[in-house]
Design a protein around this ligand. Structure first.
Ligand SMILES: CC(=O)SCCNC(=O)CCNC(=O)[C@H](O)C(C)(C)COP(=O)(O)OP(=O)(O)OC[C@H]1O[C@@H](n2cnc3c(N)ncnc32)[C@H](O)[C@@H]1OP(=O)(O)O
Ligand SMILES: CC(=O)C(=O)O
Length: 527
């Protein structure tokens, strides 16, 4: 574990992602999560480039209690024609107090000449001077050789010279960058293999994902002898992002048997990657390898029938190793085995009742044919399953009728008013509710009608409402599917309703939502 570096740049390169903006408290919080992931190095930003990054390093010195990670400050080699000791940007790196300084250095002749407007010799001197100055200041210096691979495939001579210059000046690591993200694994493997043959220093890989190969390129570099990997949590980063470091680490550890982080930390990967998503306010991607919600979710009936025998028949690894878990999805692609597995997840044992499982499959398939969808509405599926198991629907109240009026005029916003008539707890109740739309009004009226019988409903909140027109060619005559997400203080659940009338579909999803929430709280029906 000690001689392999896992270097995270979520707070620097990750923050270069479009739409991602981290405050100093956000950065401090994420640094804590990266540390818990067991990463060896956390690059905190570019001190001196903006006040936020400067403040991050100032506060990190007293507020961060890192257990594993060493903090790195990022910056560039000195400006052309200046002295490292006089360059404010280089001095800010020293002032940051970070024990590691990572310098971006040009390694492509074209960039040196066209972007830096200087000579190849001066660029080598910039690398040499800046590295040796920072080493003399007591810093561990890592160098990011920018555009290394693009340059190498054109002509290896200059980029190799930059790498050698950096090591000669005292750099501890040189990370080879696929800055434009255009490489493929064989190119990376070849370049690192050839470079490995002419230098003893620690080589690393920093790969962008523009060909969709950032993780594969990183692994190719490791196969060729790199022992330092850079990346970001959730693959955040400039353009299409960086190598997803959780995927890289999981592959190294679980597929190649290299213990690069503590296995207990890897077992927190899902939780910590989602915790980072909470801070970045970027929803997690369901299809993300290892830690995505769908990474171990199985929809096909044939898969489920084999999974029943052994989970590894359709899974490449044990989800628990990354903190994930297997899920079965129920849909019109389900078979009896899918229903059995799902029922087990939900606490029902159907293993000895093939007929019940078959009946449930048929009901699901028939309903999905009519537009229902159960893999996105687990709660509605559980109510359906419960009905099949007990032989009767779960009924907390008996609906007599509901009605909506929407009115507007004189430039007023439209306002909806709903009236609900039902029987609950042995009483007939008539209640009204207002809302800015028909579903909102219906929700209010239903809560009002049930408030005495089921005060627990006050803790439920509608958190998402999605409508899909299922047969658009029918225009306003089409079938409508409504998916509702409801939350309480500890969980959330999804329900579905389908009907030609949007309000009717919403009512069905709403009734399921309330019924499921009450069921989960152990509330007995009092119709
Ligand atoms: C591949 C990467 O992602 S590297 C990280 C890139 N990240 C960022 O750029 C985010 C932070 N950057 C910034 O805040 C600003 O660009 C700063 C503070 C660094 C510089 O701002 P400015 O001084 O206004 O310069 P500007 O951004 O216009 O241009 C960059 C300058 O750095 C020089 N430069 C670029 N790379 C290097 C390098 N490796 N070594 C030395 N100088 C470099 C450029 O030649 C240019 O110099 P010039 O001002 O003499 O033309
Ligand atoms: C250094 C860096 O972020 C890159 O070359 O992509």
């Amino acid at each position: 574990m000690t001689d392999f570096h896992v270097y995270d740049t979520t707070l620097r390169d990750g923050a270069q992602q479009e739409g991602l903006n981290l405050s100093v408290p956000d950065k401090l919080a994420i640094a804590g999560y990266l540390d818990q992931l067991g990463f060896g190095f956390v690059e905190g930003g570019w001190p001196g480039a903006n006040p936020k990054d400067t403040e991050f390093f100032r506060r990190a010195a007293t507020e961060l209690r890192l257990q594993h990670a060493v903090l790195a400050a990022f910056g560039s080699t000195r400006r052309a024609g200046t002295e490292a000791a006089q360059d404010p940007q280089v001095l800010a790196l020293v002032e940051s107090g970070a024990p590691v300084v990572t310098l971006v250095a040009k390694s492509s002749p074209r960039h040196v000449v066209e972007a830096l407007h200087t000579t190849l010799e001066e660029n080598l001197a910039m690398v040499r001077d800046t590295v040796s100055f920072l080493v003399a200041q007591g810093r561990r210096v890592f160098v990011d050789a920018e555009h290394f691979f693009d340059s190498y495939v054109q002509d290896p001579a200059y980029p190799v010279q930059v790498v050698q210059e950096a090591f000669a000046a005292g750099a501890e690591v040189v990370a080879l960058c696929d800055t434009n993200g255009g490489m493929l694994p064989p190119q990376v493997f070849r370049a690192v293999t050839e470079l490995r043959a002419v230098t003893d220093g620690i080589l690393g890989a920093h790969c962008h994902n523009d060909t969709g190969c950032a993780v594969a390129n990183t692994l190719a570099a490791v196969d060729a002898g790199a022992t330092h990997v850079q990346g970001t949590v959730n693959g955040y980063g400039e353009r299409t992002g960086n190598a997803d470091l959780v995927t890289v680490v999981a592959n190294l550890q679980l597929k190649q048997g290299r213990e690069v982080v503590d296995p207990a930390a890897l077992a927190q990967a899902l939780h910590l990657s989602h915790a980072v998503s909470e801070v970045t306010n970027i929803p997690p991607v369901g299809r993300q390898p290892y830690v995505g919600a769908s990474a171990f979710a199985h929809k096909a009936g044939l898969h489920a029938s084999a999974l029943k025998v052994h989970p590894d028949l359709y899974q490449h690894t044990d989800p628990a190793l990354v903190g994930n878990s297997m899920r079965t999805l129920v849909s019109d692609m389900a078979g009896r085995a899918s229903i059995e597995l799902k029922a087990t997840e939900l606490g029902y044992d159907l293993t000895h009742d093939r007929e019940l499982a078959a009946r449930t499959v048929k009901r699901v398939k028939d309903l999905e044919q009519d537009g229902w969808t159960f893999d996105a509405a687990d709660a509605s599926f559980e109510l359906l399953l419960r009905e099949e198991v007990t032989g009767e629907p779960l009924q907390y109240f008996a609906t007599e009728s509901w009605r909506i009026i929407t009115d507007s005029g004189d430039g007023r916003e439209a306002l909806s008013e709903a009236t609900v008539k039902l029987r609950a707890a042995g009483r007939r109740v008539v209640a009204t509710g207002e809302g800015n739309g028909p579903v909102n009004a219906l929700d209010h009226a239903l809560r009002e009608a049930l408030a005495d019988a089921y005060p627990e409903l006050a803790g439920f909140e509608l958190t998402d409402f999605r409508v899909r027109i299922l047969d658009a060619s029918h225009g306003t005559d089409a079938t409508t599917r409504v998916l509702i997400e409801t939350s309480d203080e500890s969980s959330s659940w999804q329900t579905v309703g389908v009907a030609p009338n949007i309000v009717h579909a919403s009512w069905t999803a709403l009734v399921d939502s309330f019924s499921y929430g009450l069921l989960k709280r152990g509330v007995q029906p009092r119709p």
